[in-house]
Design a binder for this molecule. Structure first.
Ligand code: HAM
Length: 431
């Protein structure tokens, strides 16, 4: 049996997932964002009313089915719609804390053509912030996304930024774009012919027509912003500048989902790392979605990261492979020592150290090899002499330091060395 196309097993990379999740929890705490978990499937109507009927994500890529009770169900293709549904259904808007920020980490499902950085089941980290239309919130959300990417050691990094404006600006732009494209309609691809009526903005990021003269000369959303929307965008830019976040104004950026208003952004890394799927994060404002799903008018802004793309980028940016985190390997020579190793392992585990040990009386060389393979920081040896004296020989594989100490002292000795290493781990230049 083989796994379905576009899916993957996480085995060797699990440490990277843990590291990313740890960094996510650290950053979300700093920005006072709380976790929310919503279902992996929702009523299909939710995505049709939010992400939009005419988007590729809903129109072409959903895993949609009737369940055994005849309900029209869709596996979530993205996280925003579910979180907004939960925000409305649980009346979170009634909370006296007006600005509420939520994050989620989990699988999304899209029936896309699999390639590097593009899967049919993938993991995302997303943040959705409700309750303020102020540009400061746009900038704070972009800052969180940027700082996280930076902290993960990914370079180079560029925040691409644009504004679609609110309803009036969007309508003005849509009309201008349609007027510009109309004379070229016959020469656009079949998908774009349909998009012309249903969702003309999507034509701008069509892969087939990317080099078409009509697209290269197309009007830019920015030039159709009404004064108020332009002011919002200027303020976002001012906040980002003040926070020292490098950005690039990309006046062709429109994003593929229907709900966006005002700011849209993407964080990209180099194509040499991720090929064409070099967008690590995408997001923006969506001021009308809460209302569209039955809640009170509530401005909101958020983003989503693809974890698999982060992993490719982290690996490419890393000089050394990420090592496993085994603290101690206990080698034993002889049956008596094997028994003693089990007792020592328990003592060390009680002190929260990760421990692996031999399960048969192997040669010293074979046990050293096992320890190396597991990348253990400390190799502890129990032989006949040690068992008799109640001691253990410990070798620090990093510093090559060796010592023979009482078994009862072993945990403190090791913890002392590990704590010493921790002193400078948290340096976060740029964060
Ligand atoms: P999105 O751009 O469709 O936005 O997806 C967010 C991120 O998920 C992308 O930047 C990419 O890294 C990753 N991604 C998307 N599709 C795939 C795939 N097939 N395989 C692997 N990774 C993928 C959203 O989903 C919005 N909900 C983001 C948002 C939140 N906007 C406001 N709030």
């Amino acid at each position: 049996m083989q796994k379905p196309k576009g899916t993957f097993d996480i085995i060797e990379d699990i440490q990277l997932y843990h590291m990313i999740e740890k960094t996510i929890r650290k950053m979300t705490k700093r920005f006072s964002v709380q976790e929310i978990r919503t279902p992996h499937f929702e009523h299909s109507e939710l995505y049709h009313r939010s992400v939009g009927e005419s988007t590729d994500v809903v129109g072409k890529e959903t895993y949609r089915f009737l369940d055994r009770g005849g309900r029209d169900i869709t596996l979530r293709p993205e996280g925003t719609a579910g979180v907004v549904r939960a925000y409305v259904e649980n009346k979170l808007y009634a909370n006296p804390q007006k600005v509420q920020k939520y994050y989620y980490v989990g699988s999304m499902f899209r029936y896309e053509r699999p390639q590097k950085g593009r899967f049919r089941e993938f993991n995302t980290f997303g943040v959705e912030a409700f309750g303020s239309g102020h540009p400061k919130l746009d900038a704070e959300i972009i800052e969180l996304a940027y700082r996280l990417t930076f902290l993960l050691g990914i370079q180079p990094l560029v925040v691409h930024l644009n504004s679609l404006g609110d309803a009036e600006s969007k309508t003005r732009y849509k009309e201008a774009l349609q007027a510009h494209l109309a004379p070229h309609l016959a020469t656009l691809c079949d998908d774009c012919k349909t998009r012309f009526e249903t969702n003309p903005l999507r034509i701008l990021d069509c892969k087939v027509d990317a080099k078409h003269e009509a697209l290269l000369t197309a009007p830019k959303p920015f030039d159709y912003l009404v004064a108020e929307d332009k002011d919002h965008f200027d303020q976002v830019v001012r906040y980002l500048t003040a926070q020292n976040i490098p950005y690039h104004i990309d006046d062709r950026l429109v994003r593929g989902l229907d709900y966006y208003t005002h700011t849209v952004f993407e964080i990209k890394t180099d194509e040499s790392l991720l090929g064409q799927q070099n967008t690590l994060c995408g997001g923006g404002r969506y001021n009308h979605l809460v209302e569209a799903l039955g809640g009170p008018s509530t401005p909101a802004v958020g983003f989503g990261f693809g974890l698999e793309r982060l992993i490719v980028a982290i690996k490419a940016a890393q000089k050394e492979p990420l090592t496993s985190e085994l603290d101690v390997y206990i080698g034993a020579l002889g049956n008596e020592a094997l028994e003693a190793s089990s007792v020592l392992a328990t003592k060390l585990r009680k002190q929260n150290l990760s421990v692996e040990s031999s399960f048969e009386p192997l040669s010293l060389k074979a046990q050293f090899k096992q320890s190396d393979r597991l990348n253990a920081r400390f190799f502890c040896l129990l032989g006949e002499d040690e068992v008799r004296a109640g001691t253990v020989s410990i070798k620090d594989q990093k510093t090559k330091e060796e010592a023979t100490i009482k078994q009862a002292q072993a945990a403190f000795y090791i913890i002392d060395k590990l704590t010493h290493d921790q002193t400078c781990v948290d340096c976060e230049e740029g964060a």
